[in-house]
Design a binder for this molecule. Structure first.
Ligand code: BGC
Length: 826
């Protein structure tokens, strides 16, 4: 390539050439003129073109895939720059709830808790914290936000994303991206697209129709593009037969041509599957290495299976974003210092704002009396964040027990009981022959430690063996065999490496794995092999049994009986790489709740869970407070809500089903988790609350639900046509005796003029209002034309749903207080 003029025209012409070359891709829709037209990238600045002209082929290729970082900041990805031309190296860090590096950072509440506040302005501030910290911690690109919709309650990453509603997710992602990028950190919206579950995430082929895709999952990605996201991360899964990371319909037709995205697309980690196909379909960067976009790309360029212009196009996209962020030519602004105090303040505010009070009978909350029992393992241990790539090393984390003690004050009596022992007790020496110390065994570098002995069991019982070990690699996990059966086998797959959540990590940071077996009375063989590897390792073998569990529950019952109030912390520990198999609380927590509420009905259950939970014990509780994974300030936030220092400001961003049999993907394996690698999104546009409404199935708690410590009335509804949509005006009044937060929601019904499948009602808008006792506010919520439109697959475009449409205002999707009608005009 020589002069910039010919290069610019080449880049423009290239689009058309690629369209011809890839017209036959298995698509999401049949090619139509509107779809298949492949426009060239519009905004490649002359200075970026000039820079590309100076790059050698090797240098270009080095910008298109990840490599090993010579520094050790601990982030997920690294792309070396080209120093001689002032192109800086890029460091790419997770993630959704704060900056994930080796150093400490603000561990913000999980995104689902942020979303529960229904407050885009707060999402912007959340983004600002991450943006500044990312820059301060040596990062250039953030691998977040995640906007995949909550489609199934089982999905392992529901806590990392926002909601089941496209409008809410769109509003939040746009605001958060503005916050992140306003601080100079490049945001990456992920995982594009249809990565709505972890089960088989790297292989599953999602079959989804065009209308569903546009009306549900794609909307928040589009909002992210409109908000200027610098990067997009392609998903692991396939969509309609093609891997998302090499899907031309997704990467070119929709992202570039329809939405005008001018940033770059990277793969999810190890999600590339080809070189030529992927590059020509629109993928720009492979992460975290160069299996396909390294040497293979050079060969492809040399034997002309890809044109160098294709490579230039990808490089141009990366450099365009760096240019936009002022990172080229050594001109990047100096990195700021961390502001840990400001981060902590936002973390606290978000956790309080998103705290969702699901039930509150007979004034159980706020707590008043100073005689409180705190029960549950996560009452004593801080449960900060979920596992996997969303785990952040928090600046600090207090336990809820301490926070409750502090808040309850000096004269108060606060007792506690574990209720369930998550990390096990040492093996009883008397049961081992020969005896050994299973606590803190150290194995030297390169050494192997073995035990070959007998374990004698006095009564038949269910034993859970719990191993704690320091090795970072699963391959060095100590082997434990009971009666010849290996208890902690290493299963192949990326999910093996995850740690960081409550369940997989002990309070002192060791990795934890559990295995449950039934042991008969008598003697069993026990063999252990632990290897020191390159750095040596530490491990412990612990256990619980039916008998130890019964004792733990009995202790909890004792303290519950003696207290006036009980706060029982229940957990569910999710991580990427795996889905839940049931929405019930894991382990023996249901029994614990039953036992405790039986002796003290003034029990508040605090849920530190990732997503929806079934609650067969609900009617026996006084209150239920949903806190999800509340971040490093979670304990203080939880105590503040429990004692009524603030109103619980959150509302559910996902429907909670009654049980495993009554939700949108229940009882249909083709719908979830897929059959023979293929999954049908056969619920169509009826996702989340839309499905419950369409099917007439009552949820346990509906989308939008959340109680306040005060009460609100809704009055004076008026609806008028405005700006291609509808303006919905109404008055909300605080009718109680204390200040509180109302989140009125506006829903809109079907259009009589559309011959397309439509949902019963859809969220059209919302407003978060803080009102003093007796205060009233007249608000206007605009329902945008996009929300009033359906995607028409016959013309591959939006069709406005004109005509008279019912409008509701309510406190949830099932608590509709006002009803009116608006006229939508085209
Ligand atoms: C996750 C991504 C994450 C990446 C890097 C992948 O396993 O799916 O969300 O950004 O790892 O940590």
């Amino acid at each position: 390539m020589t002069d910039t003029v010919s290069r610019r025209s080449t880049l423009r012409l290239l689009g058309a050439a690629i369209a011809v070359a890839t017209a036959a891709t298995g698509g999401l829709t049949p090619p139509s003129r509107a779809w298949a037209q492949d426009k060239p990238d519009a905004g490649v600045a002359p200075r970026v073109e000039a820079l590309i002209a100076k790059l050698t082929l090797d240098e270009k290729i080095s910008l298109l895939h990840g490599a090993t970082d010579p520094a050790t900041l601990g982030q997920a990805g690294y792309v070396p720059g080209v120093k001689r031309l002032g192109i800086p190296p890029l460091r790419l860090a997770d993630g959704p709830a704060g900056v994930r590096v080796t150093k400490h950072a603000t561990a913000l509440p999980a995104p689902v808790l942020l979303a529960s506040a229904f407050d885009p302005a707060l999402a912007r501030r959340y983004g600002q914290v991450i943006g500044r910290e990312g820059r301060a911690l040596g990062q250039d690109v953030l691998l977040s936000p995640m906007v995949n919709l909550i489609r199934t309650p089982y999905a392992g990453r529901n806590f990392e994303t926002f909601s089941e509603d496209p409008l809410l997710s769109s509003d939040l992602v746009a605001a958060e991206i503005e916050g992140i990028q306003g601080e100079g950190l490049i945001a990456t919206v992920k995982h594009y697209a249809m990565n709505n579950q972890e089960k088989d995430r790297t292989t599953v082929d999602v079959r989804i129709d065009e209308q569903t895709m546009h009306e549900t999952e794609l909307r928040a990605f589009e909002a992210a593009v409109r908000a200027g996201a610098g990067a997009v991360m392609g998903a692991y899964n396939k969509v309609n037969g093609t891997y998302a990371c090499e899907s031309k319909p997704l990467l070119t037709d929709i992202l570039r041509t329809r939405w005008g995205f001018d940033g770059w697309v990277m793969t999810d980690w190890h999600a590339a599957h080809s070189t030529v196909n992927a590059l020509t379909a629109g993928l720009d960067m492979e992460m975290p290495d160069g299996a396909y976009f390294g040497a293979a790309l050079k060969t492809a360029a040399q034997d002309r299976s890809v044109l160098e212009q294709h490579i230039d196009r990808a490089v141009g996209r990366v450099l365009t974003v760096l240019d936009r962020f002022g990172l080229l030519g050594g001109k990047a602004s100096p990195r700021p210092a961390r502001d840990a105090e400001a981060g902590a303040a936002v973390a606290l505010e978000v956790a309080k704002a998103g705290a969702t009070l699901l039930r509150n009978e007979q004034g159980t909350l706020p707590l008043t009396a100073g005689n409180i029992a705190v029960i549950g393992p996560t009452g004593t241990l801080p449960f900060v964040s979920g596992g996997g790539s969303a785990h952040v090393v928090p600046d600090h984390a207090d336990s809820p027990l301490d926070a409750i003690r502090v808040r309850a004050g000096r004269g108060a009596k606060v007792t506690s009981a574990l209720g369930e022992d998550l990390y096990g007790k040492p093996l009883p020496a008397s049961a081992l022959s020969p005896d050994f110390t299973s606590e803190g065994q150290g194995v030297g570098t390169g050494k192997t430690w073995t035990y070959d002995g007998k374990l004698t069991v006095a009564e038949a019982d269910e034993w859970t063996f719990v191993i704690h070990y320091s090795a970072a690699s699963a391959a060095l996990r100590p082997k434990v065999l009971v009666d010849g059966k290996e208890l902690f086998p290493v299963k192949p797959g990326y999910g093996e490496w995850f740690s960081g959540g409550l369940i997989y990590t002990a309070p002192d940071g060791l990795n934890v794995r559990r295995a449950t077996v039934r042991l008969t009375k008598g003697t069993h063989t026990l063999k252990i092999t632990a290897k020191g590897g390159d750095t040596g390792q530490l491990f412990r073998l612990r256990h619980t049994t039916g008998a130890t569990r019964a004792k733990d529950v009995a202790a909890a019952v004792r303290v519950a009986r003696a207290a006036r109030h009980v706060v029982l912390f229940a957990y569910e520990d999710a991580t990427e790489g795996q889905d839940r198999t049931s929405i019930a609380l894991p382990g023996h927590q249901e029994e614990l709740i039953e036992a405790v509420t039986a002796v003290n009905p003034r029990t508040t259950v605090v849920l530190n869970t990732s997503s929806a939970t079934s609650m067969p014990w609900l009617a026996r509780t006084g209150a239920v407070l949903q806190m999800y994974y509340p971040g490093q300030e979670g304990a203080a936030a939880t105590a503040a809500v429990l004692f009524g220092d603030c109103d619980p400001g959150g509302r559910l961003t996902q429907s909670f089903p009654v049980d495993d049999d009554r939700h949108p993907v229940a009882g249909d394996a083709a719908r979830y988790p897929g059959v023979d690698g293929r999954e049908e999104y056969s619920e169509g546009i009826h996702l989340g609350y839309r499905w419950y409404d369409a099917e007439g199935v009552p949820p346990l708690f509906p989308f939008g639900h959340g109680l306040s410590y005060t009460s609100f009335s809704y009055e004076d509804l008026s609806v008028r046509t405005a700006g291609g949509g509808l303006d919905v005006a109404f008055t909300v009044r605080n009718t109680g005796r204390r200040a509180g937060v109302a989140v009125p929601q506006v829903y809109v019904g079907k259009s009589p003029d559309l011959r397309l499948d439509q949902v019963v009602r859809v969220l059209g808008g919302y407003r978060r209002l803080s009102l003093r006792a007796g205060e009233q506010r007249h608000v206007t919520v605009h329902i945008a034309a996009r929300t009033l439109s359906s995607w028409d697959p016959t013309v591959h475009d939006w069709a406005l749903g004109t005509g008279p449409r019912t409008v509701w205002v309510g406190a949830s999707s099932r608590d509709l207080r006002l009803r009116g009608r608006g006229d939508v005009r085209g």
